[in-house]
Ligand binder design. Structure first.
Ligand code: AMP
Length: 425
């Protein structure tokens, strides 16, 4: 093979596209009922947008970004996540001037130079939602409810919601200081990289997968210990809203997530069915990111989900997604020299939304039947020699195994419900 796709990328072949379309249209359908509107943003941005927002001392910025210099010597990066770009677009297009809260959703490819494995790719796809402009905890609770409802509707019924609070920004800072002291007290069991992390971003050590750290992580101070009154009140109210919305959750004080901009609530939705890649999505509140990127102080909350991971998960469940299957007709003609006479009929059927394919290579009727089968035709429309003389066509129902002769006008009526006159009738 001369050219192969790059490691960590995938081709989404036509037989999978129906699933993608179904998933994304369900996302849109559910998100719109919570008044979220779709936004599309570019897949590359100035590198600084991501380093500023995600944070210098995160895995993403330190080792996973696809960063390159363009001809104008600008440093650009393929987006590793969606929030930074949505916030940039919010500020740049003055969406804040519209007053009220902006509820936005997006989907598209993201890029991270991770070590590829099942459920982890270098180009993957996310859908995400951001509610910008309010500290109301109902927005957090609704964001979680919306995503749980979506996952339920898609058939994922036993996912677990893990939730934690980091407190407001002052608490988060205090918590970081506490954790730094705590981990450095145990520095003999830390690797050099972990020591560096303990110095620079100790929160991230909490979600370390190193089994040697499990015990000291389990005994580490929790964020609950350092919450001030405002953060405590926020947390209690959020938990009671989730309870009112009938959402079950597990509080997990080790959950911190890999980005620096979170304050207060962080959450993750997990599965037991995908091995190490157990998160299907997650999010949290980010009350200072907009200010960090040059806007006025504006609180916000958001979440993102991995599309490939959900599709992988679907394979482990016994779920059937019911697609609206448009009618498929294979048009077969005995002699390609008369095909032109039928073009108008075919176009009329197509304009009624019927999918029509035909043979383009002058095949025999027999091999056209094979093509029709491969195409998954519900009907084959045959313009045979005998029918051609009579000005009719043969309609063969592939599932029922029956066939009838019809005039073109009767065909149009049957499939479009109208008696529209045909030009060549
Ligand atoms: P994050 O932006 O890291 O919070 O990721 C949100 C979700 O995106 C995760 O829960 C995964 O479902 C998905 N995701 C993140 N990174 C990858 C990746 N490298 N490959 C596939 N899916 C990913």
């Amino acid at each position: 093979m001369r050219y192969q796709r790059l490691k960590g990328t995938t081709d989404i072949l036509p037989d999978k596209i129906q699933q993608w379309d179904y998933l994304l249209s369900t996302v849109g359908e559910i998100y719109r009922t919570y008044a979220y509107q779709r936004i599309d943003v570019p897949i590359f941005e100035k590198t600084e947008l991501f380093t500023r927002s995600i944070g210098d001392v995160t895995d993403i910025v330190q080792k996973e970004m696809y960063t390159f210099e363009d001809n104008g010597k600008r440093s650009l990066t393929l987006r590793p996540e969606g929030t930074a770009s949505v916030v940039r677009a919010y500020l740049e297009n003055n969406l804040h001037q519209q007053g009220g809260i902006e509820k936005l959703f997006y989907f598209g490819p993201m890029f991270r130079a991770e070590r590829p494995q099942k459920g982890r790719y270098r180009q993957f796809h996310q859908f995400g939602s951001e509610a910008i402009g309010s500290t109301d905890r109902l927005l957090d609770a609704e964001l979680i409810a919306m995503n749980m409802r979506l996952l339920h509707l898609l058939g994922f019924t036993d996912l677990q919601l893990a939730i934690n609070t980091l407190g407001n920004i002052q608490c988060r800072e205090r918590y970081n200081t506490e954790l730094r002291k705590y981990f450095l007290k145990h520095d003999t069991i830390l690797t050099n990289e972990e020591k560096d992390r303990a110095e620079r971003n100790p929160l991230r050590l909490l979600d370390s997968k190193n089994p040697k750290l499990a015990e000291i992580i389990a005994q580490a101070p929790t964020s609950i210990d350092i919450l001030d009154a405002e953060s405590k009140e926020y947390w209690q109210e959020l938990l009671s809203l989730l309870t009112e919305l009938n959402i079950s959750f597990t509080i997990n004080h080790q959950l911190v997530r890999g980005l620096d901009y979170y304050t207060h609530m962080v959450f993750e939705i997990r599965t037991d069915a995908l091995g190490a890649q157990n998160a299907v999505g997650g999010g949290g509140r980010y009350d200072h990111l907009i200010e960090e990127l040059g806007g006025k102080p504006t609180p916000a909350v958001g979440a993102a989900f991995g599309i490939e991971r959900l599709l992988l998960l679907k394979e482990t469940y016994d779920i059937n997604w019911h697609y609206d299957e448009p009618l498929r007709i294979f048009f077969s003609v005995w002699d390609s020299s008369v095909r032109r006479e039928y073009l108008d009929l075919i176009e009329q059927l197509r304009s009624a939304g019927i999918i029509i394919n035909t043979d383009y290579e002058k095949r025999s009727l027999k091999s056209q039947m094979k093509l029709a089968d491969k195409f998954g035709a519900h009907y084959v429309l045959i313009a045979g020699e005998e029918e051609h003389i009579k000005g009719e066509l043969l309609l063969r129902d592939m599932r029922a195994g029956e066939q009838i002769q019809m005039t073109p006008a009767a065909l149009i009526k049957r499939f479009t419900g109208t008696m529209e006159a045909m030009n060549n009738d």
